[in-house]
Design a protein around this ligand. Structure first.
Ligand code: COA
Length: 373
């Protein structure tokens, strides 16, 4: 039986960043226009006026200052309020696969791995842009990888579930090198006319190469243990699907895009994740001080502060629990992987850390790692 390790990671960041100021300006212009157009109904109290958003609220409530997006022009245009990402012909690579390939190439290069020696591709993300053929197969084809590939969706926890799935393939002997990619075009399923959530998400792609220890580069990460959990909740939903495929009517269509009860999510998920981390520490015979760093899911800065404090018994330093929320916002499954990718070069051999995700489902995953060399 082979021991699975993380050989390398990759990150692709879109070229366009949108600040809170820019996003709030377009939201408030849209809201003013909507209210003017519906003045009679608002006057008659048959509809509620659209509220104004606030830069100060967004930063205080979430820790987000800006986000990267694939298309900025549509998102900041009060007449459009959604990204303009043209549909591509079947002969062209899809946008989701394209950004996954960019992150994947970086991971393969960092590991010194020839794509021909990769056995499987998992595309693990919150929303696939079509049902089939799988985006993972498209990524596999673009990179010239043999073997097999499939898509999997566990919302914000897709990456940790992908790491465990890949690790299990390595353990069972069905693959020695598995490429797991997380292309997240969150701007495509965000309702930019919903004041309570229009600021939450950004776009990005990450990649993780999970391999058998014997073929991995020396500076790999040992996987000490993985643990996954799901527990049904209606508090984060996206009802878009093939049974209700009619495009949402104009901007502002509600449940076919991301919707959440943010407060409930906050209250229910924080204790669930803190308990899960503690139980896994116990199972692995580790203690919180053994962790040099926690690369937590990037949904909300206050949420991460609370989870880290519950685990450590005190506030974590930014060095112990780094954030990428300020510049990337919530990038769904990719968030903890971005943090891991960007904040790992100072970790010494033998030091341990935790990659942790949580989100819709509810779903949560922990991956405890140790730097090998
Ligand atoms: N601008 C100004 N005010 C806003 C606002 C905005 N953009 N959005 C909401 N508000 C208002 C609310 O209407 C509410 O007003 P009220 O008290 O008069 O009703 C007030 O600010 C507080 O809103 P609330 O939703 O309770 O804020 P919050 O502190 O819970 O923060 C979230 C909101 C979404 C940032 C936070 O709940 C969160 O991040 N939760 C976890 C989400 C999560 O992890 N989701 C997983 C997604 S994958």
């Amino acid at each position: 039986m082979s021991t699975p390790v993380i050989s390398a990671t990759g990150l692709w960041t879109p070229p366009h960043s949108v600040s809170n100021e820019e996003l709030v300006e377009s939201f408030n212009a849209w809201s003013d226009k909507w209210n003017a157009e519906h003045a009679a109904e608002i006057e008659a109290r048959s509809v509620e006026p659209k509220p104004q958003s606030s830069v100060e609220f967004i930063e205080k409530a979430s820790g987000i200052k800006s986000r990267y997006v694939i298309d900025k022009s549509g998102v900041v245009d009060p007449d459009i309020m959604r990204p303009s990402i043209p549909e591509r012909p079947n002969e062209e690579i899809s946008v989701l696969a394209e950004i996954a390939v960019k992150a994947a190439r970086q991971a393969l290069e960092a590991a010194g791995r020839d794509p021909k020696d990769v056995d499987a591709v998992l595309c693990a993300a919150s929303n696939m842009q079509r049902a089939y053929p799988a985006m993972a197969v498209e990524v596999q084809d673009a990179l010239g990888i043999e073997g097999f590939a499939f898509d999997m969706n566990v919302a914000c926890s897709s990456a940790t579930f992908g790491i465990q799935t890949a690790a299990d393939f390595v353990r069972s002997g069905s693959a020695k090198s598995v490429l797991m990619v997380n292309p997240e075009i969150c701007s495509g399923h965000l309702n930019f006319t919903d004041r309570d959530s229009h600021f939450i998400f950004g776009d990005v792609a990450t990649a993780v190469l999970i391999e058998a220890e014997e073929i991995a580069p020396a500076n790999h990460w040992k996987i000490l243990g993985t643990n996954l959990k799901t527990q049904f909740s209606n508090n984060i939903r996206n009802n878009f699907g093939f049974l209700n495929r009619a495009a949402p009517e104009g901007v502002g269509a509600s449940d076919k895009l991301f919707v959440q009860e943010g407060r409930k999510v906050f209250k229910e998920v924080v204790p669930m994740v803190a308990r899960m981390i503690q139980a896994e520490l116990d199972r692995l015979g580790l203690q919180a001080p053994d962790l040099r760093r926690m690369w937590l899911h990037q949904a909300n800065a206050n949420m991460n502060r609370l989870i880290a404090a519950k685990v450590l018994g005190r506030d974590a330093t930014p060095e112990e629990s780094p954030t990428v929320l300020d510049t990337y916002a919530n990038t769904s499954s990719a968030g903890s992987i971005i943090a891991f990718h960007k904040h790992q070069s100072d970790i010494a051999p033998g030091e341990k850390g935790l990659i942790c995700s949580f989100g819709a489902g509810y779903s949560a995953g922990t991956v405890f790692v140790e730097k090998a060399a």
